[in-house]
Design a protein around this ligand. Sequence first.
Ligand code: SF4
Length: 227
Amino acid sequence: MTEKTVTPTVNSAGYDVPPELRQSVAITTLDKIWNMGRRYSVWPMMFGLACCAIEMICTAASRYDLARFGMEVMRPSPRQSDLMIVSGTVTKKMIPQIVRLYNQMPEPKYVMAMGACASGGGPFKEGYNVVSGVDQYIPVDVYVPGCPPTPQALLHGLMKLQEKIDRESITKVRWYQKDEIPAIPVPILGPDIIDPRDNAAIREMASRKAAPAAPAAQPETAEAPAA
Ligand code: SF4
């Protein structure tokens, strides 16, 4: 009787799998397992700001079906959310609430700027009441262009986010490092929006304005010639 020869198999991670284990054991990396868990359970926060939010609602409805991404559970609390979809015009009145909600989300957390308004101000850019892009305050992972983006565009953005998650490593992502990540200072709404991170520059500018003006140079007078 001739013995069946089995060629050694090396899996994609580069490990030699013994023949008796090939049908029952899979070898992979911790990063792949970790990322797979996260990519299929990104729970978006349930909030919308303007017209783009209607497209986001359509995406979650039956025709487009967010459930196939494991994202159908839109959470009404930032404490249970992994993804903030900023869908609409970011006004100066709203940005303090957006930053506060972002700070309240547990890590790992992601942000998507949906539409021209959230990405850079859109048709209201430079308007008296509009922030020129939410990325001036919170870090954005994926930008979805359009005014408004279609549900298909939003789905494409969600797939891009999944690809980004696939490339992450738990040893390198910022939220698993030793140092604590400080919360983003919440902007203050006064007559205009104030970013507390600009406080030092604002103080310096104010002190320069308040400083007494240097005395004006006196015109030189010519000495009278001796008689
Ligand atoms: S990008 Fe266009 S559709 Fe979206 S919130 Fe702004 S104006 Fe509305």
